[in-house]
Structures are given as structure tokens and as C-alpha cells.
Design a protein around this ligand. Structure first.
Ligand code: FDA
Length: 390
């Protein structure tokens, strides 16, 4: 056989798996149809790559099996990746909420991973389509090469213009592995006609608590011409299902604020009070939406309570999401039921592994998705080499 392992996809997970396997002594071929490795890493985090999160823990990930990610995350942690970054003297900082970014450029992370691959003697072939995958007698055949291990690391279909594709699911299907229906996640939500006024305040942003069902995120929300975005909404979007409401808490203690304002300045109007706590354009749209026309001093307790209720739970019914074209990640993917959580190997197809975004494990916004790529990539890289040595 020409290689010990062929890794499909030179993104975050594939680079980590290839480097790990190569450094453990395996002969590794890494294939990608793109002309450059790690293209999503390069554009991530606004060009500075939010490469991990200090708060990484299994409860920061969505999956049909919430336990699946535990093993890989525990064996290759955020601290392991940070130690690697430090070994390469890449300067970094915590931006917020445990999110670690390069001080310089995401290019440093790609260069580091390529150097790790070089140290492992990994052969990287770019601009190479995967084509037909042959399999028989424990051997995988891809692009004219053969190996006893094949690692699917081709990510999900989010941002197709970056070269993303759903090929992972086609390969899974080819080998009989179940796929949890993929859906856009960490994605802006669209609003319909009934929210027209809010779509008119494009660019307005404010801190909110965004709720979908029992899940809530306290970060900024951004009003866009199509609907809602910003970190709180992107986070909530991963939990959103069509038809579900998204509830924004704009002012937690609204009842208290409004009754204080009524007592202190009975001649004031709702809009003026709101603009002390919210951006002006949002205050204006909200005041019109709530429809309290009178001065606060002439407003009944019931009307004041109704206004406070809206400010504590402004409810939208999104018409949809902005889709894979705008989604930072894909939720769903190759079912974890089909895989070993320790080795990422398909239970029914010895030698076949799946890692990264291709698998039904999706992180929150904030460096969690890269950590999953590093952790699952490491697990597969180690597993294929251990088998070879054994
Ligand atoms: P990834 O998509 O990285 O790699 C897949 C590879 O497979 C690519 O190189 C692709 O070219 C190749 N491939 C696909 N189809 C193929 C085919 N048919 N044939 C051959 N090769 C094929 N996450 C995070 O933690 N912090 C962050 O700051 C950001 N920022 C961010 C910004 C933007 C704009 C996006 C779109 C995404 C992020 N993410 C993120 C998410 C993060 O980029 C993502 O979760 C990881 O890149 C997933 O790593 P994978 O290796 O699984 O897929």
C-alpha cells in the first residue's frame, strides 16, 4: 500500500489529524480540492482566528448524542492546543468569554499546522478532486493511492464559495453511515413583513438575552435589513427550529424602570425613557411597536406592565435563516451513533474515520468549533497510528 492513511480535506481537522498521524510514524497523504490548505482558518475570527475557548466543555456542543464529544475533548484539550500555539511563539489574547485569538494573523495558525505536517512527513496534494473511492479487503483507494485508513475531514456545506461541500455525507452514504440532516447553524435569522419596522433599523446593535426554548445567550444582537444577527442571535440560531419564536430580553428590569420614570417625570413619554437605555433608533421603533401614546403619568398600571412585558420578552417569529451561504457552521452531519467516540472510527467500516464539522457535533460561537476540529483530528490521528504500531 502506498500510504498508511489518506486524509480527505486539508482544513482544521484534517491538518491536525494528518500532523498527529505523521508525527506518530504513519505515512500520510492529505488531499484537498482547494488550491490552499486551511482556507476557513484564514478567514476565521475576522482574520485573527478564534482558535479555541478556555471554557471548552462538552456542554458547549450540540449533537444528537451530547456525550459523544467528551472523550476527544478530554484527551486533546484547549490547553494542549494553546501549548502548541505557545511552542510556535504565536502571540494571542483573550477577547471575551474565554475566546482566544491571535494577536497577529490567522495565517500563523495555518503556517503552524503546515509545519506540524511537514514534521510528520505528510504529503499534501492540493487542487486534487477526491473522485471515486474504492474499498475492498481492508484497503481504501482514492486518487490513485491506497491505504488501510481513510479519514473524512471535508467539513460541512457552510459557505460553499469557500470550497465547502457536502461530500462528507456522500461518502458516509456510500459506506452506509447514517447522517443527521445537516442544517445551517451560527447563522443570521430572517424576519417577515410583521417585523418590517425592525428591519428598518439596520446596523443597530445592543446587548440582549436571546432565548430559544430553554436556551438563552446574553450577548449583542444586531438588526439587519433581512432580520437579526449578532453573537446572541447566531448562538440562538443553532438551537432554532422552523416555527419556533426567538425572544429578546432588552431591559431585564423594565417594570421597575418604567414605574420609576412615571413617578419621577410623569410628563415623559415611553420613547424618551427607552432612549436612556437603548439605542435611539431602536427606542423609537419599540415605542411605536408598543403603542403607548400617552405621557407616562397618564398611563395605567396595566398598560405600563404590558410595555414592560414587551421589553422583557420582545418576541419574533423568524421566517428562516440566511442559509448555508451565511452559516458559520453546519449542525448535524455524520451520526455519532456510527462512530467510536475514542477513535472516530466507523463501527461498521474498520479503517474509516470521520472528524471535525463533517460529524454531528457543533460548537457554540467562540472558538469551540476549532477546538472540536483539533480534538477529533488528534483522536483520529492517534488511532490510525496506534493501529499501525500494534
Ligand atoms: P473545514 O471546512 O475547515 O475543512 C474542510 C476541508 O475539506 C477544506 O479544506 C475543503 O476545501 C475540503 N473539501 C471540502 N469539500 C471537498 C471536496 N469535495 N473534495 C476535496 N476537498 C474538499 N470556528 C471557530 O472555532 N473560531 C472561529 O473564529 C471561526 N470563525 C469562522 C468564520 C467563518 C467565516 C466561517 C465560515 C467559519 C468559522 N468557524 C470558526 C468555524 C470553523 O471554520 C469550522 O468549524 C472548521 O473550519 C471546521 O473544520 P473542518 O476541518 O472540519 O472543516
Amino acid at each position: 500500500m502506498t500510504f498508511d492513511v489518506i486524509v480527505l480535506g486539508a482544513g482544521a481537522a484534517g491538518l491536525m489529524a494528518a500532523a498527529t498521524a505523521g508525527q506518530a510514524g504513519s505515512r500520510v497523504l492529505l488531499l484537498d480540492h482547494a488550491e490552499a490548505a486551511g482556507k476557513k482558518i484564514l478567514i476565521s475570527g475576522g482574520g485573527r482566528c478564534n482558535f479555541t475557548n478556555m471554557e471548552t466543555a462538552p456542554d458547549r456542543f450540540l449533537s444528537e448524542n451530547p456525550h459523544f464529544a467528551k472523550s476527544a475533548l478530554a484527551r486533546y484539550t484547549q490547553w494542549d492546543f494553546l501549548a502548541l500555539v505557545d511552542r510556535y511563539r504565536i502571540a494571542w489574547h483573550e477577547k471575551t468569554l474565554g475566546q482566544l485569538f491571535c494577536d497577529g494573523s490567522a495565517r500563523q495558525i495555518v503556517a503552524m499546522l503546515l509545519e506540524e505536517c511537514a514534521r510528520g512527513g505528510v504529503e499534501i496534494r492540493l487542487s486534487t478532486p477526491i473522485g471515486e473511492i474504492g474499498h475492498g479487503d481492508g484497503v481504501f483507494r482514492v486518487a490513485g493511492e491506497t491505504a488501510p485508513h481513510l479519514v473524512i475531514a471535508t467539513g460541512g456545506p457552510s459557505i460553499p464559495k469557500m470550497g465547502a461541500s457536502g461530500i462528507a455525507y456522500e461518502i458516509a452514504q456510500r459506506f452506509g453511515l447514517p447522517v443527521v440532516p445537516p442544517r445551517p447553524a451560527l447563522v443570521p435569522l430572517t424576519l417577515g413583513e410583521e417585523a418590517q419596522a425592525f428591519r428598518g433599523i439596520t446596523g443597530v446593535s445592543c446587548p440582549v438575552t436571546a432565548r430559544v426554548g430553554d436556551t438563552a445567550f446574553s450577548e449583542a444582537a444586531l438588526f439587519t435589513h433581512r432580520g437579526l444577527s449578532g453573537p446572541a442571535i447566531l448562538q440562538a440560531s443553532s438551537y432554532w427550529t422552523p416555527g419556533a419564536p426567538v425572544v429578546l430580553e432588552l431591559i431585564a428590569n423594565a417594570a421597575e424602570i418604567l414605574s420609576d420614570a412615571r413617578r419621577r417625570s410623569p410628563r415623559s413619554r415611553l420613547r424618551a425613557v427607552l432612549s436612556e437605555h437603548l439605542p435611539n433608533r431602536l427606542a423609537e421603533v419599540l415605542a411605536a411597536h408598543i403603542g403607548l401614546k400617552r405621557e407616562l403619568g397618564n398611563t395605567s398600571d396595566a398598560d405600563l406592565q404590558r410595555a414592560a412585558d414587551t421589553l422583557r420578552a420582545l418576541t419574533f417569529h423568524p421566517t428562516g435563516t440566511e442559509g448555508f451561504a451565511k452559516a458559520e457552521v453546519t449542525a448535524g452531519g455524520i451520526s455519532t451513533d456510527a462512530l467510536s467516540s475514542r477513535t472516530m472510527e466507523a463501527k461498521s467500516v474498520p479503517g474509516l474515520h470521520a472528524i471535525g464539522e463533517a460529524v454531528d457535533v457543533t460548537g457554540w460561537l467562540g472558538g469551540y468549533n476549532f477546538q472540536w476540529a483539533w480534538s477529533s483530528g488528534w483522536a483520529a490521528g492517534r488511532a490510525v497510528s496506534a493501529r499501525r504500531q500494534g
